[in-house]
Design a binder for this molecule. Structure first.
Ligand code: NDP
Length: 345
C-alpha cells in the first residue's frame, strides 16, 4: 500500500466485562487505536474476515477452559484472514493473503511465522475460517478419527446446519453412512436435505418430543452420535445408541451460557448396557492430520461432494452481535464478520 494512504488508526474489540449467562453487547467495547508500525522482520496485516466461534464463550470466563481466558480491558483474539499491507520480511510480500489468530481488530503486526499464507485461487479466502479451516477440520477429525463410522452405519449430527455440523454430515455421507441431522429452523432442515443431501433431518424446535422424534428417524438405532449440543440432544441420542456405539463429544453449546451446573443426561447408564464410548477431543491436538485434511477436503470440494453456507455480518462494530447470534441460531453455516475490503478491490 502507498505509504501516504496507510491508515493511521484502526478499531479493535475489547472484553469490557465477563458475562453472566448469555453474553450481551455491553460485555464488549469498540476502541479506536493507532495502527502499529511493523518492526524489523515483521509485517502489518489488514484483516478482511474475522471468525466468531462458540468456544470463545469459554474464553470470556475466568478460570480454566481449553483455550486461555481473555483478560478484561484487553483486545480479544480469534481466527482471521487478511492481507499483508506492509512488510519488513522477505518471507511475506505485500499483497499476500494470510490466515492468523488476531481477529477482533482491523490491523495487526506480527512475524510471518505466526501466519499461514493462503491461496485465494483454491477457495474463497473466508473458507479458510470455515470448511477449509478449523471448523472443517474439527468435523474431519471428530467424525473420522473419533467416530470411526463404517459404511451402512447410522450417524446422527446435532447443530447439523452449523459450520462443523454441516461438514460432519457430508463426510458421513462420503463414508457411506445413513446420516440424520437436527437443526433449529425449517430452512436449515431443507438445506440439509436438498444441498447437503443427508437422509433425514428435523427441526428440533418444533418437535413435540425430541427423544421420540429421533427414534422414529433412526429405525436401526444410532451407531455414531456427533454431539455439538449436549443436554437434551445427548439424552435423546443415548436413548437410541446401538451396542458399541461411539459418541463424539465435540461441543455442548446448549450449556455454554448456563449459570448453574447442569444435570448430566438422566439416562447415562445406557453407556454400560450398550457398551458405548464417549470421547471428547479438541481439534488443536490433531495438527498431524492437517495435511491429510487439506488434501481430502480440497478434493471433496472440487468434486462437489461438500457444500457449505456462510452468514456474513458486515463491520467490526457488529462482531459482538454476530458472536451472540451463535447462541440463538442466527447463523446458517459458518458465522463470519467482514471487517476489511474485498480481496478483489
Ligand atoms: P455453529 O456454526 O454450529 O453455530 C452454533 C449453532 O448451534 C447455532 O447456529 C444453533 O443452530 C446451535 N445452537 C445454539 N444454541 C443451541 C441450543 N441451546 N440447543 C441446540 N442447538 C443450539 O458453530 P460451530 O460449528 O463453530 O460449533 C459447533 C459445535 O462444535 C460447538 O459446540 C463448538 O463448541 C464445537 N466445536 C468444537 C471444537 C473442538 O475442537 N472440539 C472446535 C470447533 C467447534 P440451530 O439453529 O440448529 O439451533
Amino acid at each position: 500500500m502507498d505509504m501516504a494512504k496507510m491508515p493511521q488508526t484502526g478499531r479493535e474489540v475489547r472484553l469490557r466485562s465477563r458475562p453472566q449467562g448469555m453474553p450481551e453487547e455491553s460485555n464488549f467495547e469498540l476502541v479506536e487505536v493507532p495502527v502499529p508500525a511493523p518492526g524489523p522482520g515483521e509485517v502489518l496485516v489488514q484483516n478482511i474476515y474475522m471468525s466468531v466461534d462458540p468456544y470463545m464463550r469459554g474464553r470470556m470466563r475466568e478460570g480454566p477452559s481449553y483455550a486461555a481466558p481473555w483478560q478484561v480491558g484487553e483486545v480479544m483474539q480469534g481466527g482471521c484472514v487478511g492481507q499483508v499491507i506492509q512488510s519488513n520480511s522477505p518471507a511475506l510480500e505485500v499483497g499476500a493473503y494470510v490466515l492468523g489468530n488476531q481477529g477482533w481488530r482491523e490491523y495487526f503486526v506480527t512475524r510471518p511465522d505466526q501466519l499461514t499464507p493462503i491461496d485465494p485461487g483454491l477457495a474463497p479466502i473466508q473458507a479458510y475460517l470455515g470448511v477449509m479451516g478449523m471448523p472443517g477440520m474439527t468435523a474431519y477429525v471428530g467424525l473420522l478419527d473419533i467416530g470411526r463410522p463404517r459404511p451402512g452405519e447410522t450417524v446422527f449430527v446435532s447443530a447439523a446446519a452449523g459450520a462443523v455440523g454441516s461438514v460432519a454430515c457430508q463426510i458421513g455421507k462420503i463414508q457411506g453412512c445413513r446420516v440424520v441431522g437436527s437443526a433449529g429452523s425449517d430452512a436449515k432442515v431443507a438445506w440439509l436435505l436438498n444441498e447437503a443431501r443427508i437422509d433425514s433431518a428435523f427441526n428440533y424446535k418444533t418437535v413435540a418430543d425430541l427423544t421420540a422424534e429421533l427414534g422414529s428417524r433412526c429405525p436401526d438405532g444410532i451407531d455414531v452420535y456427533f454431539d455439538n449440543v449436549g443436554g437434551d440432544h445427548l439424552e435423546a441420542a443415548l436413548a437410541h445408541m446401538n451396542r458399541h456405539g461411539r459418541i463424539v463429544a465435540c461441543g455442548m453449546i446448549s450449556v455454554y451460557n448456563a449459570t448453574e451446573p447442569v444435570c448430566a443426561p438422566r439416562n447415562l447408564f445406557q453407556v454400560v448396557g450398550q457398551r458405548l464410548t464417549i470421547q471428547g477431543f479438541t481439534v488443536g491436538d490433531h495438527g498431524e492430520r492437517r495435511e491429510m485434511f487439506y488434501r481430502d477436503m480440497g478434493r471433496w470440494i472440487q468434486e462437489g461432494r461438500i457444500r457449505w453456507k456462510e452468514t456474513v455480518v458486515e463491520g467490526i462494530e457488529n462482531a459482538p452481535r454476530a458472536f451472540i447470534g451463535l447462541f440463538k441460531g442466527e447463523n446458517f453455516g459458518k458465522m463470519l464478520v467482514k471487517i476489511g475490503p474485498d480481496p478483489a478491490a
